[in-house]
Design a protein. Structure first.
Length: 75
């Protein structure tokens, strides 16, 4: 999450009004802490993001992938 933090800090410094973190994953808030390391890293970054002085929008596309895979018959 170091790169993500650097992007966040750069956006704040540049005066960007809204930050969209590169989550593009399942909704980590639906899983308990400690269940998945990658989701825990996202959770840790979002705690930092919540304290930052910038608006943020998170995109959880897990449902989109599930739907697309259903149509494409992914394994």
């Amino acid at each position: 999450m170091d790169a993500q933090t650097a992007l966040l800090e750069g956006a704040i410094k540049a005066g960007v009004p809204r930050f969209i973190p590169s989550d593009y994953s399942i909704d980590f808030t639906k899983f308990p802490a400690g269940q998945n390391r990658n989701l825990d890293l996202r959770r840790e970054f979002h705690e930092r993001l919540d304290r930052a002085k910038i608006s943020a929008t998170t995109i959880f596309n897990g449902g989109i992938r599930r739907h697309a895979c259903k149509l494409a018959r992914c394994p």
